[in-house]
Design a protein around this ligand. Structure first.
Ligand code: IMP
Ligand code: MG
Length: 186
């Protein structure tokens, strides 16, 4: 698996350092508030599990599965399907959406719109990664781990075709990997 990686973009240490900073910031911003962190499955699972341990204050957690209609594994459409909804009634809660990456922003915009109809006290976005150059809509991101260039990345939760989520860093795959998968799928 490691052999498929062309370049490590963000190391495991850099990620943990940034998580610690964001955790402190969230604790400060939400002092006395007990926010509900909603992890977007499956990509944000790794980030979420480290992030919550970096927040030295009360938080609650929940999970939401979101997939975009008609997109490919490398692209999204902006029409989202909720594959798993939160258990919590989000009304009057301070929500923080925890996402792996904001790319075009279409998924996040649709998700924020949906959650807003449920009457939360507030909604903010916390994303590990953001690709500002790919944006097709404005997304107001309160906490962003790293802004990255327009490259397809994997690791630390992010996948290519459901693999590579367990790499401890964020990296770029060798182009041969995509070509090989395409051939295998026919
Ligand atoms: P958006 O709607 O274009 O912002 O897409 C967001 C979703 O696309 C993310 O939650 C990821 O699942 C996927 N995605 C976008 N860029 C990448 C990437 O570089 N690697 C892995 N998944 C990505
Ligand atoms: Mg995702």
């Amino acid at each position: 698996m490691r052999d498929d990686v062309l370049e490590v973009l963000i190391s495991a240490d850099e990620i943990q350092q940034r998580n610690a900073e964001m955790g402190q910031q969230i604790a400060k911003d939400y002092e006395g508030k007990n926010p509900l962190l909603i992890c977007i499955l499956r990509g944000a699972v790794v980030f979420m599990s480290d992030l919550i341990r970096a927040i030295p204050a009360h938080v609650m957690v929940d999970f939401m599965g979101v997939s975009s209609y008609g997109g490919t594994s490398m692209d999204s459409t902006g029409v989202i399907k909720i594959t798993r909804d939160v258990d919590a009634n989000v009304a009057h809660h301070d929500i923080i959406i925890v996402e792996d990456i904001v790319d075009t922003g279409l998924t996040m915009r649709a998700l924020v719109e949906l959650l807003r109809t449920r009457g939360p006290s507030s909604i903010e976005i916390c994303t590990l990664l953001s690709k500002p150059s790919r944006r097709k809509t404005t997304v107001d991101i309160k906490y962003c781990g790293f802004e990255i260039p327009n490259k397809f990345v994997v690791g630390y939760g992010l996948d290519y075709d459901e693999n590579y989520r367990n790499l401890p860093f964020v990296g770029v795959l060798k182009s041969g990997v995509y070509e090989k998968r395409k051939e295998e799928k026919g």
